[in-house]
Design a protein. Sequence first.
Length: 113
Amino acid sequence: MRALQSGTSWAGLLSGPLAWAVSTQLNYAVVEWQCAHRIPVIPFIALVLAIMSLVGGALSWRARQQGGASFKPERTRGTEAFVGNLGILTAVLFALVIIMQGAASLILDECVR
């Protein structure tokens, strides 16, 4: 519960790449089903996973605003600020990548058989 209240500086570093990896695997797994049923589910999956990435970025931002919110007291405030900033930027970058990959599924009109 402490992590949600005060944030964790490394949350964006973990959530962004994890959401992107899940997105990539789901895109490969769902594409045949989407082609068979003509229901665009990949953009919705991308939206949910981009939000997951941004939630990690928000936790990093909250930790940055709180002054670090480290679970290790030996870390300096500057280190926590750096990790928080890096987590925010990483989460935003991966959210954009996930959205772009999800949007690509809207461009193709017909599936190749």
